[in-house]
Design a protein. Structure first.
Length: 250
Protein backbone atom coordinates (compact mmCIF):
# COMPACT_ATOMS: atom_id res chain seq x y z
CA UNK A 1 0.00 0.00 0.00
CA UNK A 2 2.76 2.45 0.94
CA UNK A 3 4.71 1.54 -2.20
CA UNK A 4 1.64 2.20 -4.34
CA UNK A 5 1.18 5.60 -2.69
CA UNK A 6 4.80 6.61 -3.29
CA UNK A 7 4.64 5.29 -6.86
CA UNK A 8 1.61 7.48 -7.58
CA UNK A 9 3.54 10.47 -6.24
CA UNK A 10 6.32 9.69 -8.72
CA UNK A 11 3.70 9.50 -11.48
CA UNK A 12 2.33 12.89 -10.47
CA UNK A 13 5.83 14.36 -10.64
CA UNK A 14 6.36 12.74 -14.06
CA UNK A 15 3.07 14.17 -15.33
CA UNK A 16 4.08 17.66 -14.19
CA UNK A 17 7.34 17.28 -16.14
CA UNK A 18 5.49 16.83 -19.45
CA UNK A 19 3.68 20.16 -19.22
CA UNK A 20 5.35 23.20 -20.77
CA UNK A 21 8.25 23.60 -20.38
CA UNK A 22 8.66 19.86 -20.94
CA UNK A 23 11.40 17.99 -19.07
CA UNK A 24 11.25 14.62 -20.84
CA UNK A 25 14.22 13.18 -18.97
CA UNK A 26 12.66 13.90 -15.58
CA UNK A 27 9.30 12.56 -16.75
CA UNK A 28 10.78 9.25 -17.91
CA UNK A 29 12.95 8.96 -14.80
CA UNK A 30 10.01 9.38 -12.42
CA UNK A 31 7.70 7.15 -14.44
CA UNK A 32 10.31 4.39 -14.40
CA UNK A 33 10.78 4.76 -10.63
CA UNK A 34 7.03 4.41 -10.21
CA UNK A 35 6.84 1.25 -12.34
CA UNK A 36 9.73 -0.36 -10.47
CA UNK A 37 8.10 0.44 -7.15
CA UNK A 38 4.60 -0.78 -8.08
CA UNK A 39 4.95 -3.15 -11.08
CA UNK A 40 1.50 -4.68 -10.61
CA UNK A 41 -0.50 -1.49 -10.04
CA UNK A 42 -2.66 -1.00 -13.14
CA UNK A 43 -3.12 2.73 -12.53
CA UNK A 44 0.62 3.29 -12.24
CA UNK A 45 1.29 1.23 -15.37
CA UNK A 46 -1.43 3.04 -17.32
CA UNK A 47 -0.17 6.51 -16.45
CA UNK A 48 3.48 5.59 -16.88
CA UNK A 49 2.70 4.11 -20.29
CA UNK A 50 1.06 7.34 -21.41
CA UNK A 51 4.05 9.34 -20.23
CA UNK A 52 6.34 7.05 -22.21
CA UNK A 53 4.18 7.62 -25.30
CA UNK A 54 4.29 11.40 -24.84
CA UNK A 55 8.08 11.43 -24.40
CA UNK A 56 8.71 9.12 -27.38
CA UNK A 57 9.82 6.05 -25.41
CA UNK A 58 7.69 3.76 -27.54
CA UNK A 59 9.23 0.40 -26.69
CA UNK A 60 8.83 1.09 -22.98
CA UNK A 61 5.32 2.33 -23.61
CA UNK A 62 4.34 -0.85 -25.44
CA UNK A 63 5.55 -3.13 -22.67
CA UNK A 64 3.99 -1.00 -19.93
CA UNK A 65 0.61 -0.47 -21.59
CA UNK A 66 0.26 -4.13 -22.52
CA UNK A 67 0.97 -5.08 -18.92
CA UNK A 68 -1.66 -2.60 -17.70
CA UNK A 69 -4.23 -4.55 -19.78
CA UNK A 70 -6.70 -1.72 -20.33
CA UNK A 71 -8.29 -3.47 -23.30
CA UNK A 72 -11.70 -1.91 -22.67
CA UNK A 73 -10.28 1.63 -22.41
CA UNK A 74 -11.07 3.82 -25.43
CA UNK A 75 -7.47 5.10 -25.55
CA UNK A 76 -5.82 1.68 -25.39
CA UNK A 77 -6.10 0.85 -29.10
CA UNK A 78 -4.87 4.31 -30.08
CA UNK A 79 -1.86 4.24 -27.76
CA UNK A 80 -0.81 0.72 -28.73
CA UNK A 81 -1.34 1.48 -32.43
CA UNK A 82 0.75 4.63 -32.17
CA UNK A 83 3.58 2.76 -30.45
CA UNK A 84 3.50 0.02 -33.06
CA UNK A 85 3.83 2.54 -35.89
CA UNK A 86 6.76 4.24 -34.19
CA UNK A 87 8.53 0.93 -33.64
CA UNK A 88 8.22 -0.11 -37.29
CA UNK A 89 5.27 -2.49 -36.93
CA UNK A 90 3.23 -0.61 -39.51
CA UNK A 91 0.57 -3.11 -40.56
CA UNK A 92 -0.24 -4.06 -36.99
CA UNK A 93 -0.28 -0.42 -35.94
CA UNK A 94 -2.67 0.56 -38.73
CA UNK A 95 -4.98 -2.30 -37.74
CA UNK A 96 -5.13 -1.06 -34.13
CA UNK A 97 -5.77 2.53 -35.22
CA UNK A 98 -8.50 1.43 -37.65
CA UNK A 99 -10.25 -0.42 -34.82
CA UNK A 100 -9.87 2.62 -32.59
CA UNK A 101 -11.50 4.90 -35.17
CA UNK A 102 -14.39 2.47 -35.66
CA UNK A 103 -14.97 2.39 -31.89
CA UNK A 104 -14.95 6.16 -31.40
CA UNK A 105 -17.19 6.67 -34.45
CA UNK A 106 -19.70 4.26 -32.91
CA UNK A 107 -19.44 6.07 -29.56
CA UNK A 108 -19.95 9.46 -31.22
CA UNK A 109 -23.07 8.37 -33.10
CA UNK A 110 -24.35 6.67 -29.93
CA UNK A 111 -23.77 10.02 -28.15
CA UNK A 112 -21.32 8.44 -25.73
CA UNK A 113 -18.74 11.14 -26.55
CA UNK A 114 -19.15 14.76 -27.60
CA UNK A 115 -18.25 16.23 -30.97
CA UNK A 116 -15.20 17.85 -29.39
CA UNK A 117 -14.07 14.51 -27.97
CA UNK A 118 -14.59 12.81 -31.31
CA UNK A 119 -12.56 15.56 -33.01
CA UNK A 120 -9.62 14.91 -30.68
CA UNK A 121 -9.63 11.21 -31.53
CA UNK A 122 -9.75 11.97 -35.27
CA UNK A 123 -6.94 14.48 -34.87
CA UNK A 124 -4.71 12.16 -32.86
CA UNK A 125 -4.89 9.35 -35.41
CA UNK A 126 -4.37 11.73 -38.32
CA UNK A 127 -1.35 13.26 -36.63
CA UNK A 128 0.21 9.86 -35.86
CA UNK A 129 -0.17 8.85 -39.50
CA UNK A 130 1.46 12.11 -40.59
CA UNK A 131 4.38 11.63 -38.21
CA UNK A 132 4.90 8.12 -39.60
CA UNK A 133 4.49 9.33 -43.24
CA UNK A 134 1.72 6.78 -43.69
CA UNK A 135 -1.84 6.97 -44.99
CA UNK A 136 -1.39 10.70 -45.72
CA UNK A 137 -4.61 11.17 -47.76
CA UNK A 138 -6.49 9.45 -44.95
CA UNK A 139 -4.67 11.61 -42.40
CA UNK A 140 -5.78 14.70 -44.32
CA UNK A 141 -9.41 13.59 -44.27
CA UNK A 142 -9.23 12.87 -40.54
CA UNK A 143 -7.64 16.18 -39.58
CA UNK A 144 -9.95 18.18 -41.84
CA UNK A 145 -12.93 16.52 -40.20
CA UNK A 146 -11.47 17.25 -36.76
CA UNK A 147 -11.04 20.95 -37.57
CA UNK A 148 -14.64 21.12 -38.84
CA UNK A 149 -15.78 20.37 -35.28
CA UNK A 150 -13.58 23.01 -33.64
CA UNK A 151 -11.89 25.38 -36.11
CA UNK A 152 -10.49 27.60 -33.34
CA UNK A 153 -8.61 24.82 -31.57
CA UNK A 154 -4.91 25.49 -32.33
CA UNK A 155 -3.89 21.86 -31.75
CA UNK A 156 -6.36 20.62 -34.35
CA UNK A 157 -5.44 23.36 -36.81
CA UNK A 158 -1.75 22.59 -36.31
CA UNK A 159 -2.28 18.91 -37.13
CA UNK A 160 -4.09 19.81 -40.35
CA UNK A 161 -1.26 22.15 -41.34
CA UNK A 162 1.32 19.48 -40.53
CA UNK A 163 -0.42 16.94 -42.75
CA UNK A 164 -0.37 19.48 -45.60
CA UNK A 165 3.35 19.94 -44.94
CA UNK A 166 3.89 16.20 -45.20
CA UNK A 167 1.96 16.26 -48.49
CA UNK A 168 4.23 19.13 -49.65
CA UNK A 169 1.24 21.47 -50.04
CA UNK A 170 3.13 24.39 -48.57
CA UNK A 171 0.49 27.02 -49.34
CA UNK A 172 -2.10 25.31 -47.18
CA UNK A 173 0.53 24.22 -44.66
CA UNK A 174 1.71 27.78 -44.02
CA UNK A 175 -1.86 29.10 -43.85
CA UNK A 176 -3.04 26.63 -41.21
CA UNK A 177 0.17 26.59 -39.19
CA UNK A 178 0.27 30.39 -39.04
CA UNK A 179 -3.33 30.31 -37.84
CA UNK A 180 -2.46 27.71 -35.19
CA UNK A 181 0.41 29.81 -33.81
CA UNK A 182 -1.80 32.92 -33.68
CA UNK A 183 -4.57 31.00 -31.94
CA UNK A 184 -2.17 29.68 -29.28
CA UNK A 185 -0.67 33.02 -28.20
CA UNK A 186 -2.52 32.84 -24.88
CA UNK A 187 -1.18 29.32 -24.28
CA UNK A 188 2.04 28.88 -26.26
CA UNK A 189 2.96 25.44 -27.58
CA UNK A 190 6.54 24.93 -28.77
CA UNK A 191 5.60 22.22 -31.24
CA UNK A 192 3.37 24.63 -33.18
CA UNK A 193 6.22 27.11 -33.65
CA UNK A 194 8.54 24.28 -34.68
CA UNK A 195 6.07 23.04 -37.30
CA UNK A 196 5.67 26.54 -38.73
CA UNK A 197 9.45 26.94 -38.86
CA UNK A 198 9.77 23.73 -40.89
CA UNK A 199 7.34 25.09 -43.49
CA UNK A 200 9.25 28.37 -43.67
CA UNK A 201 12.50 26.46 -44.19
CA UNK A 202 11.02 24.55 -47.10
CA UNK A 203 9.69 27.84 -48.54
CA UNK A 204 13.15 29.41 -48.26
CA UNK A 205 11.97 31.94 -45.64
CA UNK A 206 14.95 31.27 -43.39
CA UNK A 207 14.87 34.40 -41.24
CA UNK A 208 11.23 33.73 -40.32
CA UNK A 209 12.09 30.09 -39.68
CA UNK A 210 14.89 31.09 -37.30
CA UNK A 211 12.46 33.36 -35.44
CA UNK A 212 9.97 30.52 -34.93
CA UNK A 213 12.68 28.06 -33.87
CA UNK A 214 13.96 30.52 -31.27
CA UNK A 215 10.42 31.06 -30.06
CA UNK A 216 9.96 27.29 -29.71
CA UNK A 217 13.11 27.12 -27.58
CA UNK A 218 11.91 30.00 -25.40
CA UNK A 219 8.73 28.06 -24.70
CA UNK A 220 10.49 24.71 -24.24
CA UNK A 221 14.21 25.10 -23.46
CA UNK A 222 16.24 22.13 -24.61
CA UNK A 223 13.67 20.98 -27.21
CA UNK A 224 15.94 18.85 -29.45
CA UNK A 225 14.24 19.28 -32.86
CA UNK A 226 14.35 23.12 -32.95
CA UNK A 227 17.89 23.08 -31.59
CA UNK A 228 18.97 20.78 -34.40
CA UNK A 229 17.24 22.82 -37.10
CA UNK A 230 18.53 26.13 -35.74
CA UNK A 231 22.12 24.85 -35.84
CA UNK A 232 21.62 23.69 -39.42
CA UNK A 233 20.00 26.97 -40.36
CA UNK A 234 22.80 29.04 -38.89
CA UNK A 235 25.31 26.97 -40.85
CA UNK A 236 23.40 27.61 -44.09
CA UNK A 237 23.10 31.34 -43.34
CA UNK A 238 26.73 31.77 -42.26
CA UNK A 239 29.02 33.83 -44.54
CA UNK A 240 31.34 31.78 -46.81
CA UNK A 241 34.46 32.64 -44.82
CA UNK A 242 32.85 31.35 -41.59
CA UNK A 243 31.71 28.07 -43.13
CA UNK A 244 35.17 27.54 -44.65
CA UNK A 245 36.88 28.25 -41.31
CA UNK A 246 34.63 25.86 -39.46
CA UNK A 247 35.15 23.13 -42.06
CA UNK A 248 38.93 23.47 -41.73
CA UNK A 249 38.70 23.37 -37.94
CA UNK A 250 36.74 20.13 -38.03
Amino acid sequence: MRKDFVALRYIKTAAEAVSEPVDAEAAVHNATRAVKLAPDNATVLDRAGRIYVYTGQYQQALATLEKARRHTDRQYLYEIGSCLLHTGQKEKGIAYLTRHLANVKFDYHAENISGGGYALHLNNVGYVYAEADLQLPHALALTRQAVSFDPLNPVLVDSLGWVYYKLNDLTNASFYLEQAVRQSLHQPNAELNYHLAMVYIRLGRRAEAARELKRALQIRPGYPAPQRELRRLHWELAPPWYAQTMAQAS
